[in-house]
Design a protein around this ligand. Structure first.
Ligand SMILES: [Fe+2]
Length: 283
């Protein structure tokens, strides 16, 4: 399988694969490359929802889309700035606020008991100005942190809460159903990949605080980590072409959207694989 690196430390672009015509051997290779490189870009994937779902199932059990998100109760998330009539929404619309919430560094579904494993995102209509998706490999971050901080993180857990990430945009955008369904959950701050044992730092916009640290210590450490990751050298910025398909590993990557010309239509479809091997605990 031919591929090229998209960043010196992680991520590849694979050529000559169509996920709707893929064979068993190619799937096995992609699964291996996913564990190794954490991010895979496939160009020109003009696919149906069903083809996207069939491909995603190779990575594991699919998430059921939560209430309050377009695609609720299906296995697809629709990320768009358009309303039901295909009209681009204004700044105050929930879809626009969701976009802004997703412009914070995060790992998908880290607020769930079973967080996300792989996200598989197909850009069906993508803005021409801005709108990149950025990625950071958190294995890389772990490797570059001081040993003393690595050791500290190895023994820490963090509290993730959906309402926390939304409160930074507009707390009224979280419904009572979402509050009831997603109480705070605890996950380790370092994830170890079960295949290759590589460690990755695990936190993001849903991380409210660090358990077992007092408020000040927790905020200080989270600020330190946030400052540390915001280094251009660690970031891969993906400028979308229509029909790109990106697969990333939420156990080892953070991502965020970038602002774009909001008068342009945007429509991306995501299938999300659940990390059923990882179980958080409720507070
Ligand atoms: Fe996301």
């Amino acid at each position: 399988m031919n591929f090229k690196k998209v960043h010196p430390d992680f991520g590849i672009e694979i050529k000559d694969i169509k996920i709707n015509k893929i064979n068993h051997q190619e799937i096995t290779e992609i699964l291996n490359l996913f564990e190794e490189y954490s991010l895979i870009v496939l160009k020109n994937q003009k696919i149906t929802n069903e083809e996207q779902l069939d491909f995603a199932k190779n990575f594991g059990e699919l998430e059921v889309t939560k209430p309050g998100t377009i695609g609720s109760n299906s296995n697809l998330v629709i990320l768009t700035n358009m309303d039901e009539d295909g009209k681009v929404v204004d700044d105050s619309h929930k879809q626009a606020k969701n976009d802004r919430a997703n412009q914070q560094w995060h790992s998908d579904s880290s607020f769930k008991i079973h967080p996300a494993h792989a996200s598989i995102l197909n850009g069906r209509t993508t803005p021409k100005i801005g709108g990149s998706t950025q990625f950071i490999c958190m294995r890389n971050i772990y490797k570059r942190l001081d040993q003393s901080i690595q050791k500290q993180l190895d023994n820490l857990d963090a509290i993730h809460h959906f309402a926390h990430s939304r409160s930074k945009i507009d707390s009224s955008m979280v419904s009572q159903i979402e509050l009831d369904k997603f109480p705070p959950v605890i996950h380790p701050m370092v994830k170890i990949n079960p295949v290759n044992n590589k460690k990755a730092v695990y936190f993001g916009s849903h991380t409210k605080s660090i358990k077992n640290l007092d408020g000040d210590e927790s905020s200080k450490l989270l600020k330190y980590l946030n400052d540390f990751i915001n280094n251009e050298d660690y970031i891969y910025s993906h400028k979308w072409d229509d029909f790109d398909l990106i697969i990333w590993d939420n156990r080892s990557m953070l991502h965020r959207g970038q602002p774009y010309d909001v008068t342009e239509p945007r429509y991306l479809v995501r299938a999300t694989v659940s990390d059923t091997m990882s179980t958080g605990t409720y507070l």
